[in-house]
Every structure is written in C-alpha cells, then in structure tokens.
Design a binder for this molecule. Structure first.
Ligand code: 26W
Length: 821
C-alpha cells in the first residue's frame, strides 16, 4: 500500500525495526512499549524532516512575511498521533502496526503529554500553530522549553496533590537542538551613558549577568500539504562553561552564578492561571525568551535585508497576552542602541511590527511589575519604558488634550508599578479581544480610555479550535460518519460541516449519531473504571465540566446543584429522572486554597453519592485526575452536556465550549464569552441558556445591592444545600471543613457578598437542568439538537480565526511548499 509522500508499508516497517535494533539492540518482540514508541516516533520524524527542510528552503527563496507568535505557553498535547494524521500516513501506520502486532493506541499512550501551558491561552496557541501550517502561512511559535510543564495532579483522599511533570525524562524524539542559533541574554548590571562625538548618547550595560539561549525546534505539520512550520522553544545555558580554564582564571564564581541563573530560568512553568504574582523569576523567563526571539529574528532579517526600516514588511511579532510584552522595549533597544536609529523611526517600526491580544478581563490577572524589580533586573529596558511613557503622556496632553486625572489613569507607570497591558496597547498597531462580548467589554469598560484615543486599534478575533485534533483525531467514529455523509472537506474547511443539516431529521442517521456517542461513552467509561474505579452507565447523560478550576467558572455552582439533586433523590428515591453522570476535570493553581477546597468538596460529594445504594445509581459523580489534552480528547468525544456556566462577563471566550459543541454536546451555559456566538450559530432552542446577562451582572456590581442572605432565607432547597456545607453532611469527621466555601457564598469576600453570584443564578441553572432531563427523554429530539450543534460549529475553527489574523493583522501571504521529487 502506498500513501501520500510515497511512504510504503515496507519502508516504514523497516525503519521501525532498524530503530529498535540500532537504539536498543533488540528485536521487536523483545522491545518494551516505550521502546516501540521511540522507534515509531523517530521513524515518523524522519518522514517529516524532508518536508520541514523543504518548507524552510521555500521560505528562504520566497522571503515571505513571517509571524512570530510569542507565548509563554504552548499546550501542545501529544505529537505522534497528530503528526501521523496531518501527514496522512495513518493508513500506512495502521497497516504496519497490524503486521507487527503493535497496539497503536497503547504505543501512543507512551508519549508524555507536553503540558507547557495552563489552560485556554496555551491551548489556543497550539491550535493556532496547527492552523497556520495547514493554511500554509509562514510562522514560528516562540516560547520556553520548560524542564517541567504543568504539574501532574494526583487526588489523594480527595485532595489535589501536585507532582513534578518530568516530560523530558526519556528525551523528546520530536525536537532538534539548534546550537547555531544561540544568542546571549543579559540581566542586571548598570547602564553607562557615553556621549559620542556626533552628540548621540550611547548606552552601555555593564556588570551584567548573562545566559545563553539555545533553541530547540519542534515541527508543526500542516494537514495534507508540505508545510512544516516550527515551534521554537528556548533553553538556557551558562555562557561561560564551568571548566578548568575559567576556574584557573578565577572565574569560578561567575561560572557557578551563570549555571544557576540558566538552570533556574527554564526550570518550570508557573502554574497560575488568571492570577498574577510579581515573581522575579517569572520576569526573567519573560525577558529571556522575548530577547532571544527578537535578537534572532533581527539577525536573520539582516542577513537578507540592508534596510532595517523594512522590518514590518517581513516580520510580525504577536504578543499573546501581556506575558511577552517586553518584545516592545526589547525591539526598541535593538533599534536604538544597536541599529542606532532615532527614537521616532524606531518607534514607527516597533508599533508597525507588534500586535497584542488580550485574553482576560479579570483584574487580578493583569500584570503590573514593580519599578524596583524591573529596573534592577533590566536597567536599559526600564529606561526605554520610561521614555515610551514620557512621550505617551506628552501625547495625551498635546494631541488628545486630556487633564491630569485622565492621564494618571492611563499612564503606563503609576504608583511604583508598570502596567504591561497599557504598554502593549501603546506599542502595538493592533489590539484584539477573543470574542465579540469580550472585545465590547474591553472597548466600553476595561480599556475605554484607550479605545477613546485609539479607536482604530481595537478589533475582535473570536477564538477557534482545530477540528483536526478535536474531531478527526479525538473522535474517529464521528469523523468517519460525517465524511461518509458529506465528504471530507470539513477537515480543512469546517463551514462545510453545515451540510449535516440535511440529516438531522433522518431517524436512521440520528440513531447512528447516538450510537457513536454511546460507543465513545463506553470508551470513557473504561477510562473511568481504570482510573477512578467507578462504574458509570453509558446510558446515563454524561454531563461534563472540564477547565481550570476558578471561582468565576463556577464549578461550585455545578456541585451544589448535584447536592440539590441528591437531596431530592433522598426524599424520593423513585424520582423520575434520567440517570446522570457528572464529570469534572480541573487543575487548581497550587496556591489557590479555595479552588483546592472546591476540588475536595467535589470528591467528598462523589464519595458519598457514588456509594449510596438508595438512589439506584441515578447520579454518579466523577472527578478525572490530571485533566490534560490527552484525556480531554477522550472526554470531549463522550460528552452529552457541556457545562459553560461562568458568571456572565468573566469568561473572555472559552474554547472548550467549541470543542464540545463540535462533538455534539449540548451547551448548558450563561450568555458569556463565545457562548453568545455559539447560541447565535446554533439557535437558543438548541442550547440550555440560563442566568444573568453580562449587563445585569455589571449593573448589580455597580449597584452593590446583591444580598445572598435573602435568597438563602427564602429558598428552602438552596438553604438545605448550603447548610450541608457546614453540618458535616459531606465531612462527618470535620464539619467545619467546607465552612470557608459556605462563607464565600454568603459574605466571605472580606464581608462582601460572592462576586460570582452563585446563589443568584442557582434557580435558573436548576431549571435549565430540568429541561435537559426532559429533552433527553425524547431521544430523537436530543439527537437532532446534538447533530445541529455539530452542524453549526463551522465558525469555530481556528482556521477561520487564523485567516482573520493573517489577513487583517499580520498581512501574511500563503506560501505553498512544493516538494522536489
Ligand atoms: C499572570 C498570570 C496569568 C496567567 C495566565 C494571567 C492570565 C493568564 C491567561 C491569559 C489566562 C487564560 O488562559 N485566559 C483564557 O484565554 C482563552 C484563550 O483566549 C479564553 O478562551 C479564556 O476565556 C480565557 O480565560
């Protein structure tokens, strides 16, 4: 059998056997699963390499404009299965595995899940890279090669326990170290100002410490084309090697210092999501990968171009949230101090090259670095930020005629702090939000002062997801079903999936659709049995909430509702309801005590309910340990109900909502983030919408009139559930265990009521769940709704999103790669 790329079964088989022999001195029957994984991964990498080389040869010849997507996080998920699918060698690989009696799924499970990200922002970056390659846009992802990614979550006695994620323990077959592109990055020291004969100041950083940044490249394979772009992750090394020579020269101390600095910078991903902490090491990480990227891009540009003013024609830097915001002053530093441009021309180039995406309006997520810290760590960069701010404030007076109070609100530097989002807005030509509502809130509320002076800079780019990983790979049965009915264009052009519309009333196809969902539920059921030792019934409704644990996402409201249902069942075990399996997956930031207590609550509720034989298995509660991209793929394919229940206005977009919709799960959700656009596409009648609108939430916040006690006093069901938090019902040995959660609902925020309005939305949430139950009872109706969700998910492909970024922000051109035979 031959496939694209002329990869034959024989060739691949031989490559695998050779790899096993040469690397492990074994035959295939002697090799472990891990060794077979390594052998297969290297064989696949060998297939990728030729296209990778050809892609960069093409870029070298065509010299197209290229985007550098700078991000502290890339939540890639496993590479092997995805590369096989995107290279379209899946049939060949399957055949080889059959011939060699290899269980491909078991081998794929040997690959560690590279978790170099926290949640939505990191996974979005990964989806974007997939789309950039598939759409043949020249692109690099630029980030950090963390030794340890997001912690591995263990649940012990119901509590989250964090373990280090040693993803590089057995090496990474997909990375290539590129020593030749190493650059030096400098920290600390002082800046000496020299007057040159032509009157220009020259700035010299002295007494600094430095590290060497060395890139590791990872291939990003486009779907069914020859494009292989690069994810470039920077590692840090000591510049002065710790050797005898330096020891002799008395540089012992310096060598050790450099080793330590280098090692610490790339050690670990910060596990905070939506919560800023002003840690020095994090600022080092940020400057480290930003400076390495910008330096290397300028070096490359100068090899081909004599005039640095042309930089914006060839390079776009994209700043993924404020974490890489130092791109702006670092580019200014190079243009001023090394290229010796005047401020105005340097600023013109910088603003034309940089664009910024905002991913959150949670005020505790906004980065504000203390002047003391930033100026000590990066003295020259701080001088540049000061000058950026001085000129910006001057323009507020002269151009925009603002008064002192208004300027104080907008100043990048204020009260000893540097506001990174403000610097990004001032230093970029383009600022975008990630869903329509989010962008409107930025323009009208959070950033309105900036929108007033720069209305043209602001725009929306609604997030998207890649259907290749989250349908084609994660749900092969549904993918085949769709392709059989409407062809395979949806794989590269998701709007085609709309053609499913014509089958949503067809009883036969409805049955087939539900059968596939059932099979996927069986698959997830096995995973749950293996990992949680809980039996779940695939005929029950699989109700799924998977996302980072955060109060604004309201996992607490979900579990309170489960507690309420359980109370109803205790009163009447014969209660007419369709059995429900409530599935949670969530990591909490290790320092976020309340979030961790909510995990403990979910697990205690699960324990009690799952072991109560009185309720006849009508409810099961499952907390999936260590939620990550790999188990997400299994959960998403099996979900009937998608919980998207954030307090309206708080979730910038959400992307899990899109993945679940694509797989035929029906949303129970608030009018928040991209849920609004989902409702617009599929129709409100095909979702279960509840709760306050963002307007109502914002008004209630302003009025400051929310009183949860009124609800508590007047609503018996709620009172009962809330009281169970403190009467030992779910913690007999320690009745006060959940008191902190109880307080948070009623008046726990320093005497202020719950800012997430859980009790306020509870009743309408409960009603929405009742509708779910009634609708599921009518299987044909449910099937139709679920199919309509899949059919109307076309807008939410990251291909659409990336096309908008490429056309409207980065101005990229498709650059086709043609393989020479
Ligand atoms: C500095 C600490 C910190 C760390 C991560 C602050 C903020 C973040 C991220 C911006 C949080 C995040 O992942 N935001 C999510 O971004 C997704 C992609 O745009 C959105 O879909 C989610 O709604 C948003 O919460």
């Amino acid at each position: 059998m031959m496939d694209r790329l002329d990869v034959t079964v024989e060739d691949l088989k031989e490559a695998i056997l050779e790899n096993i022999k040469n690397q492990f001195r074994k035959t295939i029957d002697q090799a472990s699963k891990e060794q077979i994984f390594q052998a297969l991964a290297f064989a696949v990498r060998d297939i990728i390499i030729d296209q990778w080389i050809e892609t960069h040869k093409t870029y070298d010849e065509v010299d197209p404009k290229t985007v550098y997507y700078l991000s502290m996080e890339f939540l890639m998920g496993r590479a092997l299965g995805n590369s096989i699918i995107n290279m379209k060698v899946d049939k060949v690989v399957k055949e080889v595995c059959e011939e060699l009696s290899i269980d491909l799924n078991a081998i794929e499970d040997m690959e560690p899940d590279p978790g170099l990200g926290n949640g939505g922002l990191g996974r979005l970056a990964a989806c974007f890279l997939d789309s950039l390659s598939t759409l043949e846009f020249p692109a690099y992802g630029c980030g950090i090669r963390y030794r340890y990614g997001i912690f591995e979550q263990k649940i012990i006695d119901g509590y989250q326990v964090e373990r280090p994620d040693e993803w590089l323990k057995n090496g990474n077959p997909f990375e290539v170290r590129r020593d030749e592109y190493g650059v030096e990055v400098r920290f600390f020291g002082d800046v000496r100002v020299l007057k040159t004969p032509n009157g220009r100041d020259k700035f010299i950083q002295e007494n600094y410490q430095s590290v060497k940044a060395v890139p590791y490249d990872i291939p990003i394979v486009g779907y069914d084309n020859n494009t292989v772009n690069t994810l470039r992750l920077w590692d840090a090394e000591a510049l002065v090697k710790f050797d005898l020579e330096s020891f002799d020269r008395g540089e012992y101390h310096k060598a050790v210092e450099q080793e330590n600095l280098a090692k610490s910078i790339v050690e670990v991903l910060y596990p905070n999501d939506n919560h800023y902490r002003g840690k020095e090491l994090r600022l080092k990480q940020q400057y480290f990968f930003v400076s390495a990227t910008v330096q290397q891009v300028i070096n490359k540009f100068k090899q081909k171009h004599a005039d640095i003013h042309e930089l914006p024609d060839k390079v776009a830097f994209h700043i993924n949230d404020t974490h890489p915001s130092l791109t702006i002053p670092e580019l200014m530093r190079i243009l001023l101090d090394e290229e010796e441009l005047e401020w105005e021309e340097a600023w013109d180039i910088t603003t034309k090259t940089c664009a910024y995406t905002n991913h959150t309006i949670m005020s505790e997520a906004l980065e504000k670095w203390p002047i003391e810290l930033l100026s000590r760590l990066l003295p020259r960069i701080y001088m540049i930020i000061e000058e950026i701010n001085r000129r910006f404030c001057l323009s507020l007076v002269n151009e925009f005629h603002l008064d002192k109070e208004q300027i104080d609100k907008m100043s990048i530097i204020m009260n000893g702090q540097i506001k990174m989002a403000f610097m990004c807005i001032v230093g970029s030509h383009c600022v975008n939000g990630v869903a329509v509502l989010h962008t409107e809130i930025l323009k009208k509320e959070e950033l309105k002062e900036f929108y007033n002076i720069y209305p043209g800079k602001f725009n929306n780019k609604t997030n998207g997801i890649t259907q290749r990983r989250f349908l084609l790979e994660a749900n092969p049965k549904l993918a085949d079903f769709i392709t059989d009915l409407i062809g395979d264009e949806w794989i590269t052009s998701l709007t085609h999936i709309k053609k499913l519309d014509q089958y949503v009333d067809d009883e036969q196809e409805q049955k087939e659709f539900m059968k596939i969902k059932y099979d996927n539920k069986v698959r997830l059921g096995k995973y749950i049995k293996k990992h949680n030792n809980i039996e779940v019934d695939p005929r029950s409704i699989f109700d799924v909430q998977i996302k980072r644990l955060h109060e604004y996402k309201r996992q607490l409201m979900n579990i309170l509702h489960v507690m309420y249902l359980y109370n109803k069942l205790l009163e009447n075990p014969d209660l007419d309801m369709i059995p429900r399996t409530f599935i949670f997956g969530a990591k909490a930031a290790p320092g976020y005590t309340r979030a961790k207590l909510i995990i403990k609550l979910i697990n205690n509720v699960a324990d009690r309910i799952n072991n109560d034989t009185n309720i006849k298995n009508k409810i099961k509660v499952v907390f999936i340990e260590n939620y990550n991209v790999s188990n997400a793929e299994i959960i998403i394919a099996a979900a009937d109900v998608s919980e998207q229940i954030s307090t309206a206005s708080k979730e910038a977009s959400g992307t899990g909502n899109m993945k679940l919709m694509l797989n035929g799960a029906i949303t129970i959700g608030t009018m928040d983030g991209a849920n609004i656009e989902i409702v617009e596409e599929v129709g409100e009648e095909n979702c279960f919408i509840f709760g306050m609108t963002s307007e109502e939430v914002i008004n209630l916040q302003h009025e400051n009139s929310y009183n949860p006690w009124d609800i508590y006093n007047n609503n018996e069901d709620i009172r009962k559930v809330v009281t169970q938090l403190i009467n030992g019902f779910y913690a007999p040995d320690d009745p006060d265990l959940f008191r902190e959660i109880y307080d948070s609902l009623l008046d726990g925020y320093g005497g202020r009521p719950d800012p997430y309005f859980i009790l306020k939305d509870f009743d309408s949430y409960k009603e929405a769940h009742k509708k779910i139950d009634a609708t599921y009872a009518n299987q044909r109706k449910w099937a139709k709704m679920a199919m309509l969700n899949t059919a109307n998910s076309g807008k939410f492909s990251s291909d659409r999103t990336i096309l908008q970024y490429a056309n409207e922000i980065w101005k990229l051109k498709k650059t086709e790669v043609i393989m020479e035979k």
